[in-house]
Design a protein around this ligand. Structure first.
Ligand code: ATP
Ligand code: FE
Length: 371
């Protein structure tokens, strides 16, 4: 088996070719870092145009680097949700064109399921059931994975995701936004004193597994105002004192943001073990899982609960095509795929896009008209 995976749900255009045994034959990503810096976030229309400009080349490069042609593929997998429908549509249209022309089956993939399942490519012994914490720009999910396609959501965010809080913190601290904010905050935090600014851990008194990062974001903004930090002033030319102040805020924010994860993970593991006592692993994935401090702290929690942490390498934690190809493979193997689309698509064909698609909700649900 060999599957091509295509991912365009947000701001990265990605494609990869993966073999059934987990061998990654190629991986290509084109990111919209310049656009992000310009707009301070993802602007759907601009993102769609950027995907459209590069999608053909990204897919071609993935095939070339794998040394394969479309004819060698077993199937095409593509993210159909959740995400921005304008962006999802670019990937789905491309996938259908390739599959139609070469008579290949198609697998529609859930972006967050892909973030979780890519851990099974990395860790061969990771079998169901397992726990997963998925932390990214738009999601903060604690899930119990019973089996392929079957998930119980134990917790989610009631407002923002942790990645959004990292991105805003980076922006307000005047950090370099040509890449996403998370790595910039992580790097600056190394210079700071994590206990110097007192931030409250969110939802201390809630006895559930949900998250909230909007309040922490506000606390960060107030701390920045209180220290009179001018975010328009680049860090590179800051005075020593200004730089230390910014680093202290970055480190203190990161500590509390992660403490919130730790508290909820502890509870969620207890809940999950009651439901599925045979759980042995906890997966931590999504862009924020590439953060070293996050990995270190969560590893302690998971070890204390006598589970093993599985964290994909950073390049597979942030959005990528490998996770889509791999998740496509998993579903393809058990017969969950769509027949090849017609070689020539009718003009008015309505794509099956699922911009809002809770993880664990039936794949077979009626198609949503996202046009
Ligand atoms: P979603 O998966 O929810 O649809 P997304 O696909 O945009 O969102 P990902 O690519 O999975 O998100 O993750 C991007 C997020 O991860 C950004 O918010 C980014 O700041 C964050 N991130 C990436 N690297 C790090 C890091 N080292 N530390 C903290 N956050 C990070
Ligand atoms: Fe993602």
């Amino acid at each position: 088996l060999v599957v091509l995976g295509i991912e365009t749900s947000c701001d990265d255009t990605a494609a990869a070719v993966v073999r059934g045994n987990g061998e990654v034959l190629s991986q290509v990503i084109s990111s919209q870092a310049d656009l992000l810096a310009q707009y301070g976030g993802v602007a759907p229309k601009q993102a769609e145009e950027a995907h459209s400009r590069v999608i053909d080349k990204v897919v071609q490069d993935a095939l070339d680097r794998a040394n394969l042609s479309e004819k060698d593929l077993s199937a095409v997998a593509v993210t159909i949700g959740p995400g921005l429908s304008l962006c999802l549509r670019v990937g789905v249209r491309k996938a259908r064109r390739v599959a139609g022309e070469f008579n290949l089956p198609m697998v529609g993939v859930h972006h967050m399921e892909a973030h979780a399942l890519v851990a099974r490519l990395v860790e061969q012994e990771l079998s169901f059931p397992f726990m997963a914490l998925l932390i990214s720009g738009g999601h903060n999910l604690l899930v119990l994975a019973h089996k392929l396609g079957q998930y119980t959501q134990l917790g989610t965010t009631v407002d923002d995701a942790i990645g959004e809080a990292f991105d805003k913190t980076a922006k307000w601290l005047g950090l370099d936004m040509r890449r996403s904010g998370g790595p910039a905050v992580e790097e600056l935090a190394l210079e700071g004193d994590a206990k110097s600014v007192k931030f409250n851990v969110p939802m201390k008194n809630h006895k559930d597994c949900n998250f909230s990062y909007a309040g922490l974001k506000t606390q960060v903004r107030l701390a920045i105002e209180a220290k009179d930090i001018d975010c328009k002033h680049p860090l590179s030319s800051a005075t020593n004192e200004d730089r230390r102040n910014r680093a202290d805020i970055a480190a203190s924010f990161q500590r509390v943001a992660v403490l919130h994860l730790e508290e909820k993970c502890e509870r969620a593991i207890d809940w999950a073990l009651e439901l599925e006592p045979s759980i042995k692993h906890m997966v931590v994935s999504g862009g924020v899982a590439s953060n070293k401090y996050v990995r270190l702290r969560l590893n302690n929690i998971v070890k204390n609960k006598e589970l093993k942490l599985v964290c994909p390498p950073p390049s597979l934690c942030t959005d990528n095509g490998v996770m889509v190809a791999w998740t496509g493979l998993e579903h393809f193997r058990v017969g969950r795929y769509d027949p090849p689309p017609p070689a020539i698509e009718p003009e008015d064909y309505v794509y099956d896009l699922r911009p809002r698609w809770p993880l664990g909700e039936e794949y077979a649900k009626g198609r949503s008209d996202a046009r």
